[in-house]
Design a protein around this ligand. Structure first.
Ligand SMILES: [Fe+2]
Length: 129
């Protein structure tokens, strides 16, 4: 099996693990773009010590280039555990982040999310300038 075969995807409206990429309606060349990425937009994903989204990454692949660029990575590190045990702290990092970047080229955005139980998931969006 190749690594790419471990990346799962589906329609985010029916699968809670797929990262959803939200872009502004208008995106201008060479101006900062705010890209919101979240998991469970339609169907919420659990956020407990036992079951949570651990991290997300956002990549941009400009049209015609060989490699994608990693725009950013975020880790969600609080999931309810404390010295008292699982789900006792009441502190939970929510699995949502905003990445800001600029580009002079159109291309494709890829967001990866990692669930500690259900593995790696990918969501995509086209970036038109
Ligand atoms: Fe999960």
């Amino acid at each position: 099996m190749e690594f790419k075969d471990l990346l799962q995807t589906a329609d985010w409206k029916s699968e809670k693990h797929v990262p959803v990429i939200e872009l502004p309606e208008k995106v201008a060349k060479d101006e900062n773009i705010q890209v919101k990425v979240g998991v469970g937009k339609e169907i919420s994903h659990p956020n407990t010590t036992q079951h949570h989204i651990a991290w997300m990454e956002l990549y941009f692949h400009p049209e015609g280039e060989k490699n994608p660029y990693l725009i950013g990575r975020t880790e969600f590190t609080a999931h309810g555990s404390s010295v008292e045990g699982a789900d006792t702290s009441t502190v939970y990092t929510h699995h949502e982040a905003t990445f800001t970047f600029r580009t002079g080229k159109r291309g494709t955005l890829y967001a990866l999310s990692s669930c500690n139980i259900h593995g790696l998931w990918v969501g995509t969006a086209e970036l038109e300038l």
